[in-house]
Write a protein of this length. Structure first.
Length: 158
């Protein structure tokens, strides 16, 4: 199985809808108080705007012409102030491997590409958020060397 990693293009949108939906549906299932059901969680205009933004990157993993995985990235700069040092990060907003293609090394290949890309950008770190209840994702990220930086907590009142 020869997986190719490349930048997404406008022609990829229709193929990516199902992957965006898989991620969104998981969020809706875990937290319906936060996420709305939506069969098109990423609209075509939003997708195209991301492609045009030089600080945002959409990376796809393909087998021949079939897209099996996607990563959505954003470069962010944290300015120095009296509290924190200036930093540049690559934020991994979303990572999805198609349900039918998991456990075949595609996620690892995507993450290695992202880490290599981050090194080229000369960022200080690759960062992401992951739901505490998504233990499969947490285990995956830990297995490739990511560590917990901080934890966001809540006291739900509603």
């Amino acid at each position: 199985m020869e997986i190719t990693i490349r930048n997404a293009n406008q022609e990829d949108y229709e193929s990516l809808i199902s992957l965006f939906r898989q991620v969104h549906d998981l969020h809706v299932l875990e937290r319906p108080d936060l996420y709305k059901e939506n069969s098109t969680p990423v609209g075509e205009e939003e997708f195209n705007n991301q492609l045009k933004d030089d600080k945002q990157h959409i990376i796809v993993a393909t087998l021949a012409t079939k897209i099996l995985g996607v990563a959505v990235l954003k470069e962010e700069e944290i300015p120095e102030n009296s509290f924190v040092n200036a930093r540049k990060i690559l934020l991994l907003n979303s990572l999805c491997v198609d349900d039918a293609s998991r456990k075949k090394g595609i996620g690892r290949k995507l993450m290695q590409y992202i880490i290599d890309f981050a090194k080229e950008l000369n960022v200080d770190s690759v960062e992401l958020g992951v739901s505490e209840s998504n233990q499969k994702a947490i285990h995956f990220y830990e297995s490739i060397g990511l560590t917990t930086k901080n934890r966001k907590m809540e006291f739900r009142l509603g």
